[in-house]
Design a protein around this ligand. Structure first.
Ligand code: ADP
Ligand code: MG
Length: 447
């Protein structure tokens, strides 16, 4: 059964009964991930959509799906990486879908808005950005392959497609292929089923630039790994550019063959970390500008302070505020943002975490004073709490290593990397440390 078609039809029906603004805001990027007997797994782009869609539209969605799949009784909403192919197919715009089909033959092309210009650079993504730029300026010659990794919603797909878009602006005739790992695998399986493997091989081996997204999905798919290995070698040996993204480093992808992970590490491996406060502010400002939406500094800061996990969530928060203002014809403000985002922001007000709070609580907990924590002494009594502070800044506030280095009195960022890693390792085997950290966190988030 073609689940894409089912969802497309259901969306067509929902579009008619839901207001235009809400439909556009909440259903863009949704698609059916899976069907398990009586249960549909519906992919949604972020936590906001998940909450909103499941609370407001569950009944309507279930009805629309039941018409097409009578056995379905349940829907599970799952935040999933976006596949541009799926977004396009599953989101019929009233007039455009026919046009799009004509203009964009498979394989799916790139989203034009994913460019280097629209990518905000900060401390947590500058290395990945610089290497991606380098690749786009000199495909196949510098950094081959480029492997970009990072958590969900941090800009991997955006950066990957920016490379493709930039290369195509300069050399229109280059064959640039963007493919999600899932699509590669599905194409491969279909090729086997239809006896068209030689065509498949030919298609994938006549490429100038191959952009493969979310390669962690290759895990445990032996046949696809084998095929990908040969495609990879053919392209690499002839200096064609390969760029790969994943949610972790090549070595840490379980179920990925050693020969692939070692090849993925051959060129350059760049990480993207969660954005720090400054970057979150810059991103919000840039998105407001793109959407021509006016948001004062205070509200921008409020959102950036409260939403720190990833950029997709930030965009979701902004979309929600914009939709609310549009529907109610009112201007945005901190009060409005507080109201609109209240069910998403877990611990607003006094429970809200800041760097200052971390420094104060850690000092108090280990009976040292804050100056010692920020100082340069290296005795055990202060080094250990300092490393705990580093770890918390890294993991609770998502600070980059250089930023922690700066905030902790101008230390070297390698000292910070060492400290965070040490605590991270220790925590897996030392029960006392685990308990210490959890009571510290309790203090930190206490209201
Ligand atoms: P990932 O592939 O890592 O899950 P995406 O590339 O899909 O993340 O990014 C999620 C959303 O956040 C996209 O809409 C993207 O345009 C936006 N985004 C991510 N990073 C940035 C950035 N540095 N500047 C501007 N927008 C960004
Ligand atoms: Mg992605």
């Amino acid at each position: 059964m073609d689940l894409t078609k089912v969802w497309k039809a259901a969306l067509g029906e929902l579009e008619v009964i839901i207001s235009r603004a809400s439909f556009t805001t909440w259903f863009k990027g949704t698609y059916i991930l899976n069907l398990k007997e009586e249960e549909i797994i519906l992919a949604v782009p972020n936590a906001f959509s998940k909450k909103w869609i499941s609370e407001k539209y569950h009944g309507k969605i279930l009805l629309a799906l039941k018409k097409r799949l009578p056995l379905v009784k349940e829907i599970t909403y799952q935040v999933a990486p976006q596949d541009p192919l799926k977004i396009e197919l599953s989101f019929p715009s009233r007039s455009k879908s026919a046009e799009l089909k004509k203009e964009r033959p498979a394989p799916p092309s790139l989203k034009p808005e994913y460019t280097f210009d629209s990518f905000v650079v900060g401390k947590t993504n500058d290395f990945a950005y610089a290497t991606a730029k380098g690749v786009a300026g000199n495909p196949g010659k510098k950094h081959n392959p480029l492997f970009v990794y990072g958590g969900v919603g941090l800009g991997k797909t955006h950066l990957l497609q920016a490379i493709g878009n930039e290369i195509l602006t300069k050399e229109r005739l280059k064959k640039v292929v963007y493919v999600s790992c899932e699509t590669f695998t599905n194409d491969f399986i279909r090729a086997i089923q239809t006896g068209k493997t030689s065509q498949f091989k030919k298609n994938y081996r006549e490429i100038d630039v191959l952009l493969v997204d979310d390669v962690q999905f290759l895990a445990n798919k032996e046949g696809s790994q084998e095929e990908f290995f040969h495609t990879y070698n053919t392209l690499h040996q002839t200096n064609r550019q390969i760029v790969i993204t994943a949610d972790r480093t090549p070595k840490n992808i379980p179920g990925l063959e050693g020969r692939l992970s070692s090849r993925f590490s051959q060129g350059i491996v760049a990480d993207i970390q969660p954005p720090n406060f400054e970057t979150r502010v810059a991103i919000l400002k840039s998105k407001c500008q793109e959407k021509n939406f006016l948001l004062e500094e205070e509200t921008v800061n409020y959102i950036a302070k409260n939403i720190h996990s990833n950029i997709r969530e930030l965009e979701g928060a902004l979309a929600r505020i914009i939709a609310f203002c549009d529907l109610n014809k009112c201007p945005p403000s901190v009060e409005l943002a507080t109201k609109v985002l209240k069910d998403i922001i877990a611990t607003p007000g006094p429970g809200f975490l800041t760097i200052e709070k971390i420094l104060i609580e850690v000092s108090r907990f280990y009976h040292i004073n804050k100056d010692e924590l920020l100082g340069k002494k290296r005795n055990k009594e202060v080094v250990y709490p300092r490393q705990i502070a580093m770890y918390l800044l890294r993991h609770e506030l998502g600070f980059s290593y250089p930023l922690i280095a700066k905030e902790l009195g101008g230390k070297d960022h390698t000292t910070i990397i060492h400290g965070c890693k040490k605590i991270g390792k220790e925590i897996t085997k030392n029960q006392n440390l685990k308990e210490e950290l959890s009571s510290l966190k309790e203090q930190l988030y206490a209201i």
